[in-house]
Ligand binder design. Structure first.
Ligand code: SF4
Ligand code: SF4
Length: 415
């Protein structure tokens, strides 16, 4: 049984969290609210609740959006408690075969490279891969599937990109930006060249482990997090920092690794030392470089209207929301949607497969919010949000297109 050292008795039942809760917004039942989850966790900690399939279903309906953590006067880490109980559920019921296959790929970069090469080949042969996959009804792909790049980002560039500068920064790219949305990494390279930085691509990086963490596969999390930490330690003193253009990967490494290692003091110490050298890309670009003033001098060059969605893992977990907006506003006309901080409804592997109806319900309200702005572009520094928002926009016939802020900034610099 998990023994995360926060007692559910600390909840004072104030209900501040309930109106902010993503699952409660589409399933108005006290059981699927932070207060309800905490009450159930308390019964489980006291040995009064068995983890049966009904309880499993309840705990798997949390989006892990951290809205509740953000507003809780007792700072209760409901998301972390749920991640831990999901690990107990995984021990009891096992992990579905398709998820185990997916996590196996995440642990084996070379096999994943081959897998995605095949995926690209099928795609470019003109086979309608999405319809084919959907027709065999694998639960993971009932939704819009992103296209696969011909060559991964990491395999498209040398280890070290020498821009003739006297300073170097490292990039952690994340799996979706490596295999699917490769324009993000290419755009980041263009920006760093303009800013006079050499780039270390840190090619032995592995997945941050977020998909496994949210599913309760802690063996995979253990392997991936320790592999990354050991690798980062080999080069951290030679670079100005590690930048990540992906909110979920960045939050996983900077915040959730510490949560995960709460009872492994040596690893907790090692990630605590590293985490101050790791940054979300727009945060680092805004705070540590001249990019903002370079863009400001160029002025607004695009007539595209842009709105910004705050990824939960960016604003709530890392406090980053001003930086991407300020950088974008230099070059584009900007407008806010009604509630940019409202979760997009991605929710992780289980939500996107077995509970896709919930992801769709949350996604629809985000798509409506974006449509109401009449924006040409919606931006967010997160490819999980990109997957979910693109799917929601397509389903709701909204023509707004999605771009990572890094892509928008690189385009603006070239104009
Ligand atoms: S993490 Fe989000 S969905 Fe889960 S209980 Fe908290 S507010 Fe609700
Ligand atoms: S905000 Fe915190 S203390 Fe209040 S009901 Fe929610 S979990 Fe409990």
């Amino acid at each position: 049984m998990f023994n995360y050292n926060i007692s559910s008795d600390a909840c004072i039942k104030c209900a501040k969290c309930v109106p902010t809760c993503t699952i409660h917004s589409v399933n108005r039942d006290e059981v699927t609210s932070p207060r309800g989850f905490i009450a159930l966790l308390g019964e489980y900690q006291r040995g009064n609740l068995e983890l049966d399939r009904e309880v499993k279903d309840i705990f798997e309906s949390c989006f892990l959006c951290t809205n509740c953590v953000d507003v809780c006067p007792k700072s209760l880490p409901t998301d972390t408690l749920i991640e831990n109980v999901r690990s107990d559920l995984a021990d009891k019921y096992g992990i579905a075969l398709y998820k185990r296959a997916f996590f196996y790929l995440l642990r084996n970069r070379k096999v994943m490279d081959i897998f995605f090469k095949f995926g690209y080949a099928f795609q470019s042969c003109g086979i309608k891969i999405k319809e084919e996959i959907n027709s065999i009804k694998l639960p993971i792909v009932k939704r819009t599937v992103p296209s696969i790049a011909k060559k991964s980002f990491l395999n498209s560039h040398p280890d070290f990109i020498d821009n003739g500068a006297d300073r170097t920064v490292a990039i952690f790219i994340g799996c979706l930006a490596n295999y699917n949305y490769t324009d993000i990494g290419d755009s980041l390279l263009k920006i760093l060249r303009r800013l006079d930085y050499n780039v270390f691509l840190a090619k032995s990086q592995v997945c941050c482990g977020a998909p496994a963490y949210f599913t309760g596969d802690f063996q995979t999390v253990d392997y991936l997090s320790k592999t990354n930490i050991k690798y980062f330690e080999t080069f951290i003193d030679r670079v100005e920092g590690i930048i990540i253009p992906e909110a979920t990967c960045s939050a996983m490494i900077r915040v959730d690794y510490e949560h995960y290692f709460y009872d492994q003091s040596e690893w907790h110490r090692r990630i605590s030392k590293l985490k101050n050298r790791i940054f979300l890309a727009t945060e680092w670009l805004y705070e540590k470089t001249d990019l903002n003033s370079i863009l400001a001098q160029k002025g607004v060059r695009s007539d595209k209207l842009v709105t910004y969605h705050d990824p939960c893992h960016s604003r709530k977990m890392q406090g980053v929301y001003k930086e991407p907006r300020e950088l974008i506003k230099n070059s584009y006309t900007f407008t806010e949607m009604e509630d940019p901080n409202h979760c997009c409804g991605f929710g992780g592997v289980t939500m996107q497969s077995e509970k896709y109806h919930l992801a769709k319900a949350v996604g629809d309200s985000k798509a409506n919010m974006i449509e109401a702005t009449s924006s040409d572009i919606v931006s967010a520094e997160c490819s999980a949000c990109r997957l979910q928002i693109t799917d929601s926009l397509e389903r709701n016939s909204v023509s707004t297109v999605f771009k990572n802020p890094i892509e928008l900034i690189a385009d603006a610099l070239e104009k």
